[in-house]
Design a protein around this ligand. Sequence first.
Ligand code: NAD
Ligand code: ZN
Length: 252
Amino acid sequence: MDHQLIQRAAEDILNSKKTIAFTGAGISVESGIPDFRGAQGLWQKYDPEEYAHIHAFYSNPDRVWLMLKDMFSLIMTAKPNPAHMGLAELERMGYLSSVITQNVDGLHQAAGSRNVIEFHGTHRTLSCLKCSTTIDGTSLKMEDLPPRCSRCSSLLKPDIVFFGESIPWEAQVLSFKESKSCSVVLSIGTSAVVYPAASIPMTAKERGAIVIEINMEPTPLTDQISDYLISGSAGEIIPAIVDQVKRSSKPR
Ligand code: NAD
Ligand code: ZN
């Protein structure tokens, strides 16, 4: 971990009028949920381009639910890790305005973050694509999956945004409002190749914001718009930044 960059990030946050976090699957890897582009289990078995496309759900919901069941079993037992906790603490301290997440796992809220914008929806509710009935999925047990619609008995789809679906309107409006008005973006654990999500840090940069990337590896953002990349795991880097913010914000 590069301590100079940790210090620089803490200073940028302390000097910022408004800081937002933009997070992707990488922030939940240390909670046991594999990301898409990493080499781990789940997505070796199910090609996300194929299984996570809305056409796949329409044409073969049973097959897509095999993947969803595996994903849900990971999400339902996952706990927030120090990166999620660190962002929640930064918000409580008054140094983070919002978390815009591409994740559907609810771990930011579980860690205590309050202003969370779920750009790609949530696993907590499910809807019927035929008759629009929506149910609360939080009390469903693994043996209840896949659930069927009580009205028309079609298979329900979780309210997560599949490839080929549009972004929930409110999340889109709120996210771009945040990205246009912030002075620092922390882009954490995202490969930044899925659009329109990836245009959130881009929009901020166009308005003069500082883009700080926290990732295991460089991404397309790194050369194009990031002011600097802090390489390593989010679970180590975020708590280190939070500690440094605490130390530097104390009256001397
Ligand atoms: P991605 O898989 O494309 O990229 C993840 C990035 O995180 C990679 O650049 C990787 O190097 C980095 N990374 C991995 N482990 C890390 C760690 N410990 N610390 C810091 N960085 C780490 O994910 P994406 O950009 O979010 O795009 C995938 C799409 O699929 C998104 O919509 C995403 O939300 C969704 N998805 C969600 C979940 C979830 O809800 N947890 C899981 C898988 C995929
Ligand atoms: Zn129905």
